[in-house]
Ligand binder design. Structure first.
Ligand SMILES: *Cc1c(COP(=O)(O)O)cnc(C)c1O
Length: 456
């Protein structure tokens, strides 16, 4: 909803705006709104016009501004999801949709959105193997994997592995790795929901190879190693690496969580699929929308016979990915560095230069802003202990609400009584829209017109 609180308009006798509320149809006749109806559908545009007219009725908006205000308040798409600039400094922010897709992935999604040869061989005119090119791209990225498979997300990959390999049997897992992944969902509950039994070994802080060895028996389905991707336990701790678990004589499934396919020198403590398989893991699972920077999907990589059992299991059909995911994943794997990787690699000096430039331009427009150094994080997507030196534009805390309701919405981080807009998580090409959004928000909080925003 665009605000219009300009009190300088004439409001003399007979000018009570509530008497002159335009009819919805006459507002909808505005060519810009008629065009929006063709683009977005009738319902979303009508909803905007309805809210605009309520504002007129309430005296917050002069009737003659109704059409302009409705146009300014039009959603970007027919879906209710609103675009957000992630200025939180949390690189993989689950509540903001985790990894933003690269341009290449967005284009691939759009191209695949119509009919496409996802399961059709155009050369022969027969049924083709579903998502073959995406699976090939994943296999090429991790040559040590004999076979690969995809699911909806990592939770689905674990459910599939537990169902196909350990139904009615035991999964041996360390007490130090029984992770709650968020929104109240816990991996132990997820695993038990498949009809597998958990055989917990060790303690919260320390688990030894002998703990695993003592628990393994005829009922063992597999040993599961889970990466603590959203917490860190320090002090008197020890856990057993995959390399040693691999000698136990039962399959080792490694939930690496964050989806690195190969080691990343920026995140030395973070496990990756290639290393885990080389160390002897039989199956690796991971999310595609964390550090890999792709769409939501679950990655399964490992031994041919195990992957085949998973792929052939009836549940695999219920957990399979759609064509949009296949397109986005393949473009992420083959295309240029996705935003998550660029955010991780950005140099603090470059971020500070951007923060200084933004703060300087904002100051020229009368907005109190300062460039400050900041500490960004990887987020729930991995490397919980890693601090990424960063730079931010600091604003007064009162800007937070107006920025969240802007278009695009901007979400920052409150720290020490200030709102920080951390630039590590803002792609450089979004500095312009971010600047516009801050100006618009400053106008809105100052009680001036908020319609000056040049960003759409
Ligand atoms: C994120 C995470 C999950 C859940 O993955 P989704 O893709 O969100 O289903 C499971 N295990 C670990 C270790 C994780 O980090």
């Amino acid at each position: 909803m665009a605000k219009q609180t300009d009190r300088s308009r004439p409001s003399g006798p007979g000018a009570d705006p509530r008497r002159r509320v335009p009819r919805a149809d006459s507002v909808l006749a505005d060519p810009r709104l008629a065009d929006a109806v063709r683009r977005l559908g009738r319902e979303p545009v009508r909803a905007v016009v309805r809210r605009t007219l309520e504002a007129v009725r309430g005296g917050e908006l002069p009737p003659e501004d109704a059409a302009d205000a409705a146009v300014a308040a039009l959603p970007a798409t027919a879906a209710g999801l609103r675009p957000v600039i992630n200025a939180t400094g949390i690189v993989v922010h689950t509540n903001l949709g985790r990894a933003p897709l690269s341009e290449a992935a967005r284009e691939a999604v759009t191209a695949a959105a119509g009919c496409t040869d996802v399961e059709f061989d155009l050369a022969t005119g027969r049924r083709g193997s579903r998502g073959r090119t995406a699976l090939d791209a994943l296999a090429r990225a991790v040559p040590g994997a004999e076979a690969v498979h995809l699911t909806n997300n990592n939770a689905a990959a674990l459910v599939l592995a537990a169902t196909a390999l350990a139904h009615g049997r035991e999964i041996v897992v360390s007490r130090g790795e029984l992770v709650e992944i968020g929104d109240g969902f816990r991996l132990p509950d997820l695993l038990c929901s498949t009809g597998a039994r958990l055989r917990e070994v060790g303690t919260t802080n320390r688990t030894h190879l002998s703990d695993y060895a003592g628990a393994i028996g005829p009922d063992t389905g597999f040993v599961l190693k889970i990466h603590p991707s959203n917490f860190a336990v320090t002090g008197f701790v020890s856990s057993v690496p995959v390399r040693e678990l691999a000698g136990l004589g039962v399959p080792v499934v490694h939930d690496t969580g964050s989806g690195l396919l190969t080691p990343d020198p920026l995140l030395p403590g973070e496990p990756d699929a290639a290393t885990s398989l080389a160390d002897g893991a039989d199956l690796v699972t991971a999310s595609a929308d964390k550090l890999l920077g792709g769409p939501q999907a679950g990655l399964l990589l490992g031994r041919e016979d195990l992957v085949t059992r998973l792929r052939r299991h009836p549940l695999a059909r219920a957990l399979r990915v759609d064509k949009l995911t296949l397109a986005a994943l393949e473009a992420t794997l083959r295309g240029p560095l996705p935003p998550v990787r660029r955010a991780l690699a950005a140099r603090p000096a470059g971020l500070m230069a951007r923060a200084e430039s933004l703060a300087g331009r904002l100051a020229e427009h009368g907005v109190r802003a300062a460039a400050v150094s900041s500490r960004a994080r990887v987020g729930g997507g991995g490397a919980p202990a890693a601090v990424l030196p960063s730079a931010a534009v600091a604003l007064g805390p009162e800007a937070a609400g107006a920025l969240r309701s802007g278009r695009p919405a901007v979400v920052g981080r409150l720290h020490d009584g200030r709102l920080l807009l951390d630039l590590r998580t803002v792609p450089e090409e979004d500095d312009g829209p971010l600047f516009d959004a801050v100006l618009a928000a400053a106008g809105a909080t100052a009680g001036k017109t908020a319609r000056g925003s040049t960003c759409t």
